[in-house]
Ligand binder design. Structure first.
Ligand code: UGA
Length: 448
């Protein structure tokens, strides 16, 4: 099938490469000349495991070609995927200007009435009105790709959601995905759009729920790891998305729950659960500041190390991650901040006043406290014994992702604080019966 992909960011580039891999003839188009040049060389301008390798294969096979938007006169494609950004406006609603620009361009340049598959996240009801306004053949086709696992998620989706009113168009969309083994969920446009928001809002709510329970554990002397172990074995609950910490971030979750809240307010409905989800998430980012104030007194002039800036491991994306906000709060208190992230290396990523260290060891040397913001695997494998000798008292470790082993660190002389890990009160009582979440051996897997 002749396919065009408009927008070659984290979703569009993966879509273009994977559709080419599936045997379609794919043309990827983007407005950003640097991005296109880099993709033409088989190198995405962001880190996504497995993507560059796949790009090189499909480019060499001639299955994928890449062009700048201004190079294109006419577009000849049976299906066009739109994968442009819908960032938040100050109101909380999404900015649809890139989607509108892409559709306007497509309508002008398409050689035949194009079938649009909308990958960009649009508020329920928007697709229908865009379809009518631009007189399009239109199928809402939300994406569920996780950064860091996007190629895998494309190849092995849980479901493919197609929302549209025309059976032939839905069938054509199904043919596009014929190589994938996944159930199709076929709905109208607004419902498909709502599925995307509901999925993200549910996952955020799960995270805020477990964070609230973790906060209660801290107050009541219970241990969140054991609580999760105890509830996750109930198949109605399951183990996923129950990792307590400093909260969710990234380019999708915060934006999408905000947009849903904005839409509900616009329609005169108060989404109380969503508001609570957002409020718990905002609160989690303050936990390290509270812990550091408790452990160090005033923060002015204190040396603080930050490990991890990406909003989660296996990505270089820092958008709306808790780490940068924590750095800003620490700087505002007068602390001296040195940060390290294995994938985020450029100093510009940090707020003015903070310093980027070339390694975890160098971020930690001379620091009185550490805040771990991203559970990169390399952090759990650091030589914490020798690092302890390079740090200064009180050797405070705030583990914002519950990724380190509290007992081991305490034995080495660190003052360990996790999220919902009982702040040490339970340590002895739990003794040898403790269970640990094996972050490094596949997140969410429970081991004795
Ligand atoms: C998320 C969804 O998981 C995808 O299905 C969706 O397609 C995507 O948003 C999107 O809307 O495009 P992503 O933002 O890549 O994907 O990240 P997740 O792996 O879902 O994690 C999001 C945040 O939640 C991270 O900051 C992570 O640290 C946090 N999180 C996740 C927790 O704090 N606890 C958990 O148990 C799980």
């Amino acid at each position: 099938m002749k396919v065009a992909v408009l927008g070659l960011g984290r979703v569009g580039a993966v879509a273009a490469a994977c559709l080419a891999e599936a045997g379609h003839r794919v043309l990827g188009i983007d407005v950003d000349p640097r991005r296109v040049r880099s993709l033409q060389k088989g190198r995405a301008d962001f880190f996504e495991p497995g993507l560059d390798q796949l790009l090189r294969v499909v480019l060499a096979a001639g299955a994928l070609s890449l062009k700048r938007l201004d190079e294109m006169d006419r577009l000849d494609a049976e299906v066009t995927l739109i994968a442009v950004g819908t960032p938040s406006l100050p109101s909380g609603g999404p900015d649809l200007s890139s989607v509108r620009a892409a559709l306007g361009w497509l309508v002008e340049r398409a050689l035949r009435p194009p079938l649009v598959l909308m990958k960009s996240t649009l508020p329920p009801g928007t697709g229908q009105s865009l379809r009518d306004q631009y007189r399009l053949r239109y199928v809402a086709n939300p994406e569920f790709l996780r950064e860091g696992q996007a190629v895998h998620d494309w190849r092995q989706p849980d479901r493919i959601v197609l929302g549209g009113g025309d059976r032939r168009d839905i069938r054509l969309a199904q043919q596009l995905y014929a190589n994938l083994e996944a159930p199709f969920v076929i709905t109208d446009i607004a419902t498909a759009e709502m599925i995307k928001y509901a999925a993200n809002a549910f996952l955020c709510t799960k995270i805020s729920f477990i964070n609230e329970i973790a906060n209660l554990c801290d107050h009541l002397g219970a241990d969140i790891d054991d609580v999760v172990a105890g509830i996750a074995l109930d198949p109605r609950i399951g183990p996923s998305f129950l990792r307590a910490g400093i909260g969710y971030g990234g380019p999708c979750f915060p934006k999408d729950v905000r947009a849903l809240g904005y839409l509900s307010a616009l329609n005169g409905y108060s989404c109380d659960l969503l508001r609570a989800t957002i409020s718990v998430n905002n609160h989690q980012r303050l936990l390290p500041i509270q812990a550091l104030r408790q452990g160090l007194g005033v923060l002015s002039g204190r040396e603080i190390a930050i490990l991890g800036l990406a909003f989660k491991p296996d990505t270089d994306d820092i958008r709306e991650g808790p780490a940068l906000e924590i750095v800003r709060l620490l700087l505002a208190e007068g602390a001296r901040v040195r940060a390290y992230d294995p994938m985020v290396r450029k100093g510009e990523a940090l707020p003015e006043g903070a310093v980027m260290a070339p390694s975890a060891q160098e971020a930690l040397a001379g620091a009185q406290a550490l805040v771990l913001c991203t559970e990169w695997e390399e952090f759990s494998r650091l030589d914490w014994e020798s690092i302890r000798h390079t740090m200064l008292p009180p050797y405070l470790v705030f583990d914002g992702r519950n990724a380190l082993r509290p007992e081991g660190l305490r034995r080495l002389g660190y003052h360990y604080v996790g999220v919902g890990r009982g702040r040490g009160r339970n340590e002895k009582a739990a003794g040898g019966h403790r269970r640990d979440w094996a972050w490094s051996a596949g997140l969410g897997r429970l081991v004795e």
